[in-house]
Write a protein that binds this ligand. Structure first.
Ligand SMILES: [Zn+2]
Ligand SMILES: [Zn+2]
Length: 383
């Protein structure tokens, strides 16, 4: 881990870079090292992986904050994994839930616990984030998602009692979880009810706590689940996986897992709604004469004929070549903006050819220039 490069350095940005700066830097770097654009180049492939890793951390507010504070260790997926007690970076676990499971919900303070300490309570939901590529969002994918959640301890089956023993009814409160106190005051006897100190409101006590969970009955664990990403999903959408959250107590159902979708920017394509946009540079001659060019689409390369006299920034549309509408029929379109690259580093012979061409063309070849100069002429006549 020591030889890992600084993520800011990898993307070539400053520590105070904005979210937008990070996205732009990623697009630039991904374009430079993308395997499709550097076939067979092992070094580019490694760089591409490094760039992706840096982006996954720096584009996530929470991970970036941990990285800023703790460096690479703070965002290592294996850091603090496994076992109860957990990591100080256990991002997916709601602290309230840990307290609830340790101390039985604080009785009267939390207000969540019903009068019956043994009533089933549904587990809380947990959240995790996955990163998918532009293509996976467009076409759908199957992904394995890793996350942390709290589950029933399998050693004691959630009772909190060491194997071979079982919890017994609390002798102080008789199993109700709370005790009634009669207080003598100048106004008479006042009766108050509070959480039982002996069992912390659980109604049961464990003499020999389970070694695995410390008597808590629940343990923090890494979970994996296979999810199907539907084609057309977009950045910021959430997949809900029912019953994969924290497990419930007293036989209550488990909460859900919310999977936040993060889509990595593509080096060539840009998504606008369900449409795909890209820019293709063509030569001056291709624009002037018309040409068959190769256009990348999310389905692969296709041939397209640009017409004679194509102008810079002309846009053509490929109907139905965009991203499938999520959960519906049909697809968006692809828009291709043509840019024209002017040749540089010309030899003398090439210069002569262009001069010859320029000398042989006139007003009838340049409609826009003609119109422009006519406007200038009129402007000075009016004054
Ligand atoms: Zn246990
Ligand atoms: Zn008690």
């Amino acid at each position: 881990m020591a030889d890992k490069r600084d993520y800011y350095e990898v993307l070539g940005i400053n520590k105070d870079a904005s979210e937008d700066d990070i996205k732009k830097a990623f697009r630039k770097m991904a374009k430079k090292y993308h395997p499709d654009l550097n076939p067979g180049d092992k070094e580019a492939e490694a760089k591409f992986k490094e760039v992706n890793e840096a982006y996954e951390v720096l584009s996530d507010k929470e991970k970036r904050a941990r990285y800023d504070q703790f460096g690479h260790a703070g965002v290592d997926p294996n850091f603090g994994a496994g076992g109860a007690g957990g990591s100080p970076f256990g991002q997916d676990i709601d602290l309230g839930d840990i307290f609830n499971s340790f101390f039985g919900g604080f009785g009267g303070f939390g207000g969540r616990r019903s009068a019956n300490p043994n009533a089933p309570v549904r587990g809380t939901d947990v959240e995790t984030t996955i990163y998918i590529s532009f293509e996976e969002a467009a076409k759908g994918a199957k992904k394995q998602v890793n996350y942390n959640h709290i589950t029933t301890c399998d050693e004691c089956n959630g009772t909190g009692a060491q194997k071979g023993t079982s919890p017994k009814t609390c002798p102080t409160c008789g199993g109700s979880g709370h005790v009634t106190i009669n207080q003598r005051t100048p106004f008479g006897v006042v009766q108050t009810s509070r959480v039982c100190d002996t069992c912390k409101g659980k109604g049961r006590v464990v003499d020999n706590p389970c070694k695995k969970c410390g008597g808590n009955g629940r343990v923090k664990r890494n979970g994996t689940v296979d999810v199907t990403i539907p084609a057309g999903i977009n950045e910021g959408q959430i997949l809900n996986v029912a019953g994969r959250g924290n497990s419930g107590t007293n036989g209550g159902p488990a909460g859900d897992l919310h999977v936040y979708i993060n889509v990595r920017p593509h080096p060539i394509f840009e998504r606008r709604g369900d449409d795909v946009w890209c820019e293709i540079p063509i030569t001056f001659a291709q624009a002037a004469l018309g040409a068959e060019i190769t256009v990348p689409t999310i389905d692969g390369k296709i041939k397209y004929s640009v017409h004679e006299g194509t102008q810079p920034n002309d846009i053509f549309k490929l109907k139905g070549k965009g991203i499938p509408h999520l959960g519906g029929r049909g697809r968006g379109d692809q828009y291709v903006k043509v840019t024209i690259e002017v040749p540089k580093n010309l030899t003398n012979a090439q210069r002569e050819l262009i001069k010859k061409l320029d000398n042989s063309t006139g007003e009838k070849n340049y409609a826009r220039r003609k119109g422009f100069f006519e406007k200038i002429k009129r402007m000075f006549e009016e004054n």
